[in-house]
Design a protein around this ligand. Structure first.
Ligand code: PHE
Length: 339
C-alpha cells in the first residue's frame, strides 16, 4: 500500500507539471479527486487491509489528498490568467473605431442668451438677475403703472397672493437695480417671465425676455438706436434692417416698438411676418421721469433708455423655428440640431 501511494504521488507530480490549460487541470481533478477517482478508490480499499496497516494507510492517503488539493489550488489562478490573456489578445482589434460618446449641446435659448450676453458685454453691459416671484410694486407701481390703470390689462399677470405675482416683464429688474445702485448704470437682465396666455405656436405662459437699461447724465434716443442697431447686426448679420415705430409704455417716454426686416423671407413677405416683411422683436424708450422718482434718482440730472426683447422671438427668427412650443417640449430631435 505504501508503495502504491508513493507511485501515485510521483505519477501525479508529472501529470501536474504537464498541465497547459484549465480544462486539463479540471480533468486531473476529476481523475484524482472525483467520486470515482484515484483517492476515493484508495479510501475504499482501506477495509481490505490488515488492521495494523489501516492507520498508516489512512494517514498517507490524507497526506496525498492535501498534496493534490494544494497542487490544484496553486495551479488554478496562474492557468486562468494565462488563458484569459490569450483570449483577450485574440479579441482586441486595434483597427476598430473607438466607441463614440454622444456629446450634449446647449439648449437653443441658452445659446441665444449666451450670445446676447457676449454682444452686450463687449458694449460694457453687466448682467443682472431679478426675481421670478415679484411684488406688485416692482412689476407695476414703481414702473409708473398705478393700480386700476388701464395698461395693467396689457400685462396680464399670474397673481400668487394679494401683492405677490410671477413677473410678467423683466422691467422689474430696472427698479431693483436702480434701487441698489447709483448711476452710471449699464445692465442687461435676461430671464423668465410669465403671462396667462393660451399656449399655441406663438404663445406660451412662460417665455424669456432680456431687459436693457442705461442711465447716465447725457443719454439720448440716438444712443438707444445705436445700441440696438449694433446688437441686431451682431446677432442677425450685417444685412438686417431695423425700424422704430412710435408706441406707448408707461415706464418710457417717448416709447417705440422695434421691428427687424424678416430674417426668414429677407423682407419679401412670408407667413412669419404676416407678409409685411417686418417682425417686432422689442419694446424700448427713454426712461420716464416718474420711474426715476420712484427709485429716488434726480430726474433733472439723469436720463436713460430701456428696452425689453423677446428671447424666443429672436431665436425663432434666427433659426427659422415656427413654433414656440418646440423650445419647451424637450424633443431631442429638435434640440440636437443646435450644435
Ligand atoms: N416690458 C415691456 C414688455 O414686456 C418691454 C419694454 C421694456 C418696453 C423696456 C420699454 C422699455 O412689453
Amino acid at each position: 500500500m505504501d508503495q502504491k501511494i508513493a507511485e501515485i504521488g510521483s505519477q501525479l507530480q508529472k501529470e501536474f507539471e504537464a498541465v497547459k490549460s484549465a480544462e486539463e487541470l479540471e480533468q486531473l481533478r476529476i481523475k484524482y479527486m472525483g467520486r470515482k477517482g484515484v483517492v476515493n478508490d484508495l479510501v475504499k480499499s482501506i477495509p481490505t487491509l490488515p488492521v495494523e496497516q489501516r492507520k498508516t494507510a489512512g494517514q498517507l492517503i490524507n497526506k496525498l489528498k492535501n498534496d493534490i488539493n494544494g497542487k490544484l489550488n496553486n495551479k488554478k489562478p496562474a492557468e486562468e490568467s494565462v488563458t484569459t490573456k490569450k483570449k483577450g489578445a485574440g479579441l482586441f482589434d486595434v483597427t476598430l473605431p473607438g466607441k463614440s460618446i454622444p456629446l450634449g449641446n446647449k439648449h437653443p435659448l441658452v445659446k441665444t442668451l449666451d450670445e446676447i450676453k457676449e454682444i452686450f458685454g463687449k458694449l460694457g453691459f453687466e448682467v443682472e438677475y431679478g426675481r421670478e416671484i415679484e411684488l406688485e410694486y416692482y412689476n407695476f407701481d414703481a414702473l409708473n403703472i398705478p393700480a386700476n390703470h388701464a395698461s395693467r390689462v396689457d400685462f396680464d399677470t399670474f397673481y400668487i397672493s394679494d401683492k405677490a405675482l410671477l413677473r410678467s416683464q423683466t422691467s422689474t429688474v430696472q427698479i431693483r437695480t436702480m434701487e441698489k445702485r447709483k448711476p452710471p448704470i449699464r445692465i442687461i437682465a435676461p430671464g423668465k417671465v410669465f403671462r396667462p396666455d393660451t399656449v399655441d405656436a406663438r404663445h406660451s405662459f412662460m417665455f424669456h425676455q432680456m431687459e436693457g437699461l442705461i442711465v447716465d447724465e447725457t443719454v439720448n434716443f440716438g444712443d438707444l438706436k445705436a445700441v440696438l442697431h449694433l446688437f441686431a447686426k451682431a446677432y442677425f448679420g450685417s444685412d438686417i434692417k431695423m425700424r422704430f415705430r412710435p408706441s406707448f409704455f408707461p415706464f418710457t417716454e417717448p416709447s417705440a416698438e422695434v421691428d427687424i426686416s424678416c430674417s426668414i423671407c429677407k423682407g419679401k413677405g412670408c407667413s412669419v411676418c404676416s407678409y409685411s416683411g417686418w417682425v417686432e422683436i422689442l419694446g424700448a424708450g427713454m426712461v420716464d421721469p416718474n420711474v426715476f422718482k420712484a427709485v429716488g434718482y434726480d430726474e433733472e440730472k439723469y436720463t436713460g433708455f430701456a428696452f425689453g426683447m423677446g428671447v424666443e422671438r429672436i431665436t425663432m427668427l434666427k433659426y427659422g423655428i415656427n413654433d414656440v412650443r418646440l423650445f419647451f417640449e424637450n424633443d431631442i430631435r429638435f434640440l440636437s440640431q443646435f450644435k
